[in-house]
Design a protein around this ligand. Structure first.
Ligand code: C2O
Ligand code: CU
Ligand code: CU
Length: 523
C-alpha cells in the first residue's frame, strides 16, 4: 500500500496538501482540481466515437410475486461480451450482461433478490441507496462463496466467517437471498459488488446494475416515462490487447488485495462506456427525456455538458439526486458527478434543431475521455406527453438545531496505513461511530485529496461546504458527496429503522479497497 511516505500526522487542511506535495506525490496530480488517479492505457485497438447504439439494460422479471413481495433471481457468472467491435471481453456479470439487468421496484413492495455466485471468487452484493437492514446490506465480510457443483449439499448454508459485526449475516455458500423492504421514496439506486478489499476489480469486471424505485407521487408528476426514461451508467475502462478488461491488480490471483502502487490514487480508464458500450449514440425524438446519470466508474469524475448548448442554456434540468426527487427542478449548464453519485435530469430535445447531433462531453476528461456519448435528434415530429412541474416533491429539512451529535471524519492518506478514515485503516467489527436511530446528527467530512464520501442506510442533506452554503450539485437527499481536495463538507443525517453495522467509505474504489472505509453501528 503506502510506501515511501514519511511519517506525519494530519497537519490541517493546507498542511496535509503541502505535505503530500513535499514527499513525492508532486508528479501524481493528486491536488489537481479534476481528480486523483492515473490513466491505464488500453492495449487493444479502440473504436471511434458514436459508432454503436446505446444499449439499455434489460429489465429483470420477477420469478414470482405475492401481495407484498417480488422475488428475483440473479446468477453471477462469467460471460463473453463484445464491447469493442470484433473483440471478446470476459466479464464478471449479473445475469450475463454488463450492466446487469435493471431491477424495478414499487416503493413499499419488498424485493427479495436471490444471488447465486458462479464466479471464481467470493462476492458481496450491496444495494447502493437502499434503506436496507444490516443483514442484507452487503456487509463486506458477508461473502457469497462460489457455488460448488450444481446441487452440492453445502449450497445456501452458512460458511465460516472470521469477523463478526453487529447484525452481519456471515458468509454463505453458493447463494444468498437479499431482502430489500423498499420502504423508501422513488429513486435511482444501483447494486454492485462490495467484497472487502476487492470491490474495485469486481466492479471494473462488470458487477454493477441499476435498481429503480417508483412511487405514486412520482407518477403524478408526468415526467418522461417508458423509453423516454433512460438509465445511463457511465464507467471508464481499459482493455488488454485481447479485449479483456485491463486492471492493475498487485496480485492477479487475488490472494492479496490492492493495485500496483502507482495506481493507488485510483484507476482511470481511457474508454468511456455508457451502459457497457463505448461512446454510444442514441436517436432521440424532439421531446423531453429523463436521463438517469450514474457515475459507475472506479475513480473518474466527470463534468457533463451538452454540446451544442441550446440557446438560453440550462439544458440539464435536474429533477432528482441520489435519494430521489428534488423539491424543485434546477437547470444546469454542466453537472459534476463523482463515483457513486446519481443525477436525474430532464433534457428537452425540442430545444435543438431537427437533425442536430448533441454530444455529451466530459469537461474534466483528457483526449478520448472528453467525450461520453451523443444524442441524434430526429427530424420528424413527435408527440410530447411529459412535463417538468415547478414543484417536484416536498423534502423535510433536517433541523440542525435539534442535532444531538457532531462527528468529524478525516479522509486522508496515512504514512503507514494507506487510505484511512481518522487515521484508521478499515477493520471489520470496529465501528467509528454509534449513532442512535432517530437522532439528527451532523457529520463533517474533511479531506486531503478528492474523496467521494458515501454513507449506507439513510441519505443525508448537505448543509455546507468549506464553511459556506451547499454547492450547486448538493440539492436534495444525497448518499454520496464529492468532497474536494483539502475540503470540508457538513451533512445532516438521521438513521432510521434498522440497528446494526453499516458502512461509511470513500467511493473511489481503489481508496475503498485500500482501507478508506469504516463501520458505524446504529443502535
Ligand atoms: Cu456504492 Cu458502500 O457502496
Ligand atoms: Cu451504498
Ligand atoms: Cu478517496
Amino acid at each position: 500500500m503506502t510506501r515511501g511516505v514519511s511519517r506525519r500526522g494530519f497537519l490541517g487542511l493546507t498542511g496535509a496538501a503541502v505535505a503530500l506535495g513535499a514527499v513525492g506525490f508532486a508528479g501524481r496530480d493528486l491536488l489537481r482540481p479534476g481528480q486523483p488517479g492515473l490513466v491505464l492505457q488500453s492495449q487493444a485497438a479502440l473504436p471511434g466515437r458514436f459508432e454503436v447504439p446505446l444499449p439499455v439494460p434489460p429489465v429483470l422479471r420477477p420469478t414470482r410475486s405475492t401481495g407484498t413481495t417480488d422475488y428475483f433471481d440473479v446468477v453471477q457468472q462469467v460471460a463473453d461480451l463484445e464491447i469493442l467491435p470484433g473483440l471478446r471481453t470476459e466479464a464478471w456479470t449479473y445475469g450475463g450482461s454488463f450492466p446487469g439487468p435493471t431491477i424495478v421496484s414499487r416503493s413499499g413492495r419488498r424485493a427479495v433478490v436471490r444471488h447465486r455466485n458462479e464466479l471464481p471468487q467470493p462476492t458481496v452484493v450491496h444495494l447502493h441507496g437502499g434503506h436496507t437492514p444490516a443483514e442484507s446490506d452487503g456487509y463486506p465480510m458477508d461473502l457469497i462463496l462460489p457455488a460448488g457443483p450444481a446441487g452440492s449439499a453445502a449450497e445456501g448454508s452458512a460458511g465460516g466467517h472470521a469477523e463478526h459485526a453487529d447484525g452481519a449475516a456471515g458468509s454463505a455458500v453458493g447463494r444468498r437471498d437479499y431482502t430489500y423492504p423498499m420502504e423508501q421514496r422513488a429513486a435511482t439506486l444501483w447494486y454492485h459488488d462490495h467484497r472487502h478489499g476487492f470491490t474495485g476489480p469486481a466492479v471494473w469486471r462488470g458487477l454493477a446494475g441499476f435498481h429503480l424505485v417508483h412511487d405514486d407521487a412520482e407518477d403524478d408528476l408526468h415526467l418522461p416515462v417508458g423509453d423516454r426514461d433512460i438509465p445511463l451508467m457511465i464507467a471508464d475502462r481499459s482493455f488488454a490487447a485481447d479485449g479483456g478488461f485491463h486492471y492493475p491488480l498487485v496480485d492477479p490471483s487475488m490472494a492479496e488485495h490492492g493495485v500496483e502502487d502507482r495506481y493507488m490514487d485510483g484507476v482511470l480508464g481511457d474508454v468511456v462506456l455508457v451502459n457497457g458500450a463505448p461512446w454510444p449514440a442514441l436517436d432521440v425524438d424532439r421531446v423531453r427525456y429523463r436521463l438517469r446519470f450514474l457515475n459507475g466508474s472506479n475513480a473518474r469524475r466527470y463534468r457533463l455538458e451538452l454540446d451544442p448548448q441550446p440557446s438560453g442554456g440550462g439544458a440539464l434540468v435536474q429533477v432528482g439526486g441520489d435519494g430521489g426527487l428534488l423539491a424543485r427542478p434546477i437547470a444546469h449548464d454542466a453537472i459534476d458527478i463523482a463515483p457513486g453519485e446519481r443525477f436525474d435530469v430532464v433534457v428537452d430535445f425540442a430545444r435543438f434543431a431537427p437533425g442536430t447531433r448533441v454530444r455529451l462531453l466530459n469537461r474534466l476528461g483528457e483526449g478520448r475521455t472528453t467525450e461520453v456519448m451523443c444524442f441524434d435528434v430526429s427530424s420528424g415530429r413527435s408527440e410530447e406527453d411529459a412535463q417538468v412541474p415547478e414543484r417536484l416533491s416536498s423534502i423535510e429539512r433536517l433541523d440542525l438545531s435539534r442535532a444531538t451529535t457532531t462527528r468529524t471524519f478525516q479522509f486522508q492518506l496515512s504514512a503507514h496505513h494507506g487510505w484511512t478514515i481518522n487515521g484508521e485503516p478499515y477493520r471489520p467489527g470496529r465501528p467509528l461511530a454509534r449513532p442512535r436511530l432517530g437522532d439528527i446528527e451532523v457529520w463533517r467530512f474533511i479531506t486531503d485529496v478528492h474523496h467521494p464520501v458515501h454513507v449506507h442506510l439513510d441519505p443525508f442533506q448537505v448543509v455546507g461546504r468549506n464553511n459556506r452554503g451547499p454547492g450547486p450539485y448538493d440539492a436534495g437527499w444525497k448518499d454520496t458527496v464529492d468532497v474536494r481536495p483539502a475540503g470540508g463538507v457538513e451533512v445532516a443525517v438521521r438513521f432510521t429503522d434498522y440497528a446494526g453495522a453499516f458502512m461509511l467509505h470513500c467511493h473511489n474504489l481503489e481508496h475503498e479497497d485500500m482501507a478508506m472505509m469504516a463501520d458505524f453501528v446504529t443502535e
